[in-house]
Design a protein around this ligand. Structure first.
Ligand SMILES: Nc1ncnc2c1ncn2[C@@H]1O[C@H](COP(=O)(O)OP(=O)(O)OP(=O)(O)O)[C@@H](O)[C@H]1O
Ligand SMILES: [Mg+2]
Length: 407
């Protein structure tokens, strides 16, 4: 996580009103907290953004998510000054974006950011490599140099083999990759992506998300990513900002959004989401109970206390056997007293960084799962019960929401 990182993009108290007199009555109404619909009714002006503030930190994927019309595109367009703002400030790497005009604005856009949009307008009459290097061409970069940069960018999205194909020969997903390569080609520190994957079918879309995350691991760009899809937001975002009717409802990590929704609106959004996809094992695991191979079965059960299981470990701390309390109880009832007879070696293992949902199948066996670090050392224990409890929180959220809405 990059939460402590330097702020690259900052919006502070930004208002955007569309209409002939943006700073007039509509602005006063919006500032007074009158709803978007009401402002429109009273003033004939459309509120695009109401007092929006957020910081995008260096190296993070910051996702702005909201329904159609919530102000996502308007917000991202203030960052490169495709929109002027009505009030507030937009700062990129310390530069007041609103103050930029003319060639300074052109240079700023060119050097600081690459843009990827939903329907990426590729030039149909140019081949893939020329489309990719187009931005550099505009900057007057010689052909050899821009082709080299374009090939490098195409390699990142897996399309170098198609460099000399016509763009019309590419599938939608491939065209979107060219769009991404084009944005990456001049190596800008910031990527602005507005619904970049929204037009793709689900499988291709997932692949693109994976690729973006892989590219990000390598390049550490600062990415402002817009989507109306909460699953996408939670999957790729380091932090997510939820907009509603032009204002910010909540900003948080995917886990915070899911487990501590700011209000019923967010809770409603999150009810269809599988929480296990964003909860890391590390947040749910318990310290492991270590039992000794020399323990008697009764002694080992004693060590477990109220836990569902414990592990024996080797000299390096790697788990070698699992004692499940349920199985131990059964064995004791049948007169078995030997620990070795009841120890299992076919236990599941996972890592602290894994997501909870990756362990559903293993949890389904009803046995504790060993959590190991990358040297294989036992660092925690995941109990199936915990996984189920985390899942149970989804129900609570829905209950809470229904109470607020219906009572
Ligand atoms: N150029 C414009 N002139 C007038 N109103 C506009 C303009 N651009 C956006 N709006 C209005 O501002 C509000 C926010 O629009 P915006 O395009 O930012 O929404 P969005 O969240 O990107 O939606 P979508 O998911 O449909 O792309 C909407 O009510 C929209 O009608
Ligand atoms: Mg939009």
């Amino acid at each position: 996580m990059t939460e402590q990182g330097e702020t690259i993009v900052s919006l502070e108290g930004v208002y955007k009103i569309f209409g002939p007199d943006p700073r007039g009555r509509a602005y006063d109404l919006a500032r007074a907290g009158v709803s978007k619909d009401e402002v429109q009714r009273l003033s004939g002006h459309v509120v695009g953004m109401t007092d929006i503030s957020f910081d995008v930190k260096k190296g993070e994927i910051f996702v702005v998510m909201g329904l159609s019309g919530s102000g996502k595109s308007t917000a991202i367009r203030t960052v490169n000054k495709l929109h002027d703002i009505t009030a507030g400030s937009v700062t990129v790497e310390g530069v007041d974006v609103q103050s930029l005009t003319g060639s300074a604005l052109q240079t700023f856009r060119r050097e600081k950011m690459g843009m990827v949009f939903q329907h990426f307008a590729l030039f149909p009459h140019r081949n893939v490599i020329d489309n990719t290097g187009y931005g550099l061409k505009v900057q007057g970069v010689p052909k050899q140099e821009r082709d080299a940069a374009a090939l490098k960018a195409l390699a990142m999205v897996g399309l170098e083999a198609y460099a000399h194909n016509a763009t019309s020969q590419l599938s939608g997903g491939m065209q979107q990759r060219v769009g991404l390569a084009r944005a990456l080609c001049s190596d800008p520190p910031i990527l602005l992506m507005d619904e970049a994957f929204s037009a793709l079918d689900p499988l291709i879309r997932r692949q693109m998300q994976d690729e973006l995350m892989a590219i990000q691991e390598q390049l550490h760009k600062t990415i402002l990513f817009i989507t109306h899809d909460l699953n996408e937001a939670l999957r790729i975002g380091n932090r997510v900002c939820i907009l509603r009717d032009g204002y910010v409802v909540q900003i948080g990590t995917p886990e915070e959004i899911l487990t501590e929704p700011a209000d019923a609106y967010v809770a409603e959004f999150t009810q269809d989401v599988d929480q296990g996809r964003v909860i890391d094992v590390v947040n749910v695991m318990k310290d492991p109970v270590i039992i000794q191979a020399s323990d008697t079965l009764v002694g080992a059960v004693d060590r477990l206390g109220d836990r569902r299981g414990g592990f024996t470990v080797d000299a390096d701390g790697r788990p070698t056997g699992l004692l499940s309390v349920a199985e131990a109880a059964g064995a004791l009832a049948h007169g078995t007293t030997s620990l070795a007879d009841v120890l299992r070696t076919d236990f599941g293992t996972t890592s602290a960084e894994a997501r909870l949902n990756e362990n559903y199948a293993a949890a389904g066996r009803g046995l504790p799962i060993a959590v190991c670090d990358d040297t294989g050392r036992l660092i925690g224990e995941l109990e199936p019960r915990e996984i189920m409890e985390e899942m149970g929180r989804v129900e609570q959220l829905i209950d809470g929401f229904e109470r607020e809405v219906f009572l």
